[in-house]
Write a new protein. Structure first.
Ligand SMILES: C[S@@+](CC[C@H](N)C(=O)[O-])C[C@H]1O[C@@H](n2cnc3c(N)ncnc32)[C@H](O)[C@@H]1O
Length: 272
């Protein structure tokens, strides 16, 4: 498991440095070094211009998510929000605007370069109700029942210990608190080799969950009102170059892939 974490840390450390050096994270999306081109169909156009107005350009450039959790999560003034795997900080800064000066937005990330970038973006944005914490989403460095809403953007699929992540999310939420997360999800049976190749393309190093497993894991962790809403569905065409490079005949595998991998918005609530 620590091997996966080391690979993830190295990959996102490089992505952060690229943004700091003015190149943009774009060669290194969730799919990064293994799959040039994937980044476009996954990370492109997640935020509309109105939403990102006033944010530092580097925060927008560093966006490596697969959804837009703050657009879908209902955030209210005074709330405490926690972003699991906050990267360059875009969703934390957007949350901070929504919860206002009486609320607080925490970002949690394990990669030093990403934390440096996020803190620099916070400084440029001039916001005070934000704090970036160093740590792992499997061991959240916050007390029990201290958070109103957990958001995350394309990070839980990278973890090799999703049950622990969900248990930790449940622990830090207040009773009635909400889980409102974007993540890559799989629907239905897919032959193992194809699944592994598409996951490499998407960048899910330790495996995207099947939607019914995701629901079952959230329910086992204690969440209620669990649901998964697809926000962007991937087609075999999106991964054409990568999959044909791996020896797959696209016409043959299209029916096995199309519509089976999607970015979804995942909701749950800790019982009040
Ligand atoms: C795909 S990027 C997403 C960043 C951000 N959420 C966004 O939308 O731009 C994944 C981020 O999660 C962090 N990360 C991955 N696994 C983690 C873990 N187990 N604990 C803490 N951070 C993690 C990485 O360092 C990286 O910054």
């Amino acid at each position: 498991m620590s091997d996966i974490k080391d690979v993830v840390r190295e990959k996102y450390g490089k992505a952060a440095l690229r943004v700091i050096e003015g190149e943009g994270a774009s060669c290194c999306g969730p799919s990064c070094c293994s799959a040039p081109g994937a980044v476009d169909s996954i990370t492109v156009n997640l935020y509309d211009q109105k939403q990102t107005e006033g944010l530092p350009a580097e925060a927008v450039l560093a966006s490596l998510g697969c959804g837009n959790p703050t657009a879908l999560a209902r955030l209210e003034p005074g709330q405490v929000v926690l972003d699991l795997g906050s990267g360059g900080g875009i969703d934390v800064l957007l949350s901070a605007k929504r919860v206002g000066p009486t609320g607080k937005a925490y970002g949690l990330d394990m990669t030093d370069e990403m934390l440096n970038l996020a803190r620099e973006n916070q400084r440029k944005a001039g916001v005070e109700n934000v704090e970036f914490l160093k740590g792992e989403i499997e061991h959240i460095p916050l007390p029990d029942a201290s958070v109103d809403v957990i958001i995350s953007n394309c990070v839980i699929n990278l973890s090799a210990d999703k049950d622990t992540v969900l248990a930790e999310a449940f622990r830090v939420l207040r009773p009635g608190g909400r889980f409102a997360v974007s993540d890559v999800v799989v629907r239905g049976e897919i032959p193992a080799e194809i699944r592994r190749s598409v996951e490499l393309w998407v960048g899910c190093l330790s495996g995207a969950l099947d939607e019914s497993d995701y629901v079952a894991k959230l329910t086992r962790a204690g969440f209620q009102e669990v649901s998964i809403e697809p926000t962007r569905v991937y087609k075999v065409e999106d991964a054409r170059e990568f999959l044909s490079g791996h020896g797959f005949d696209l016409d043959t595998i299209a029916p096995l892939v199309d519509g089976r991998f999607f970015s979804g918005f995942i909701r749950g609530r800790k019982p009040a």
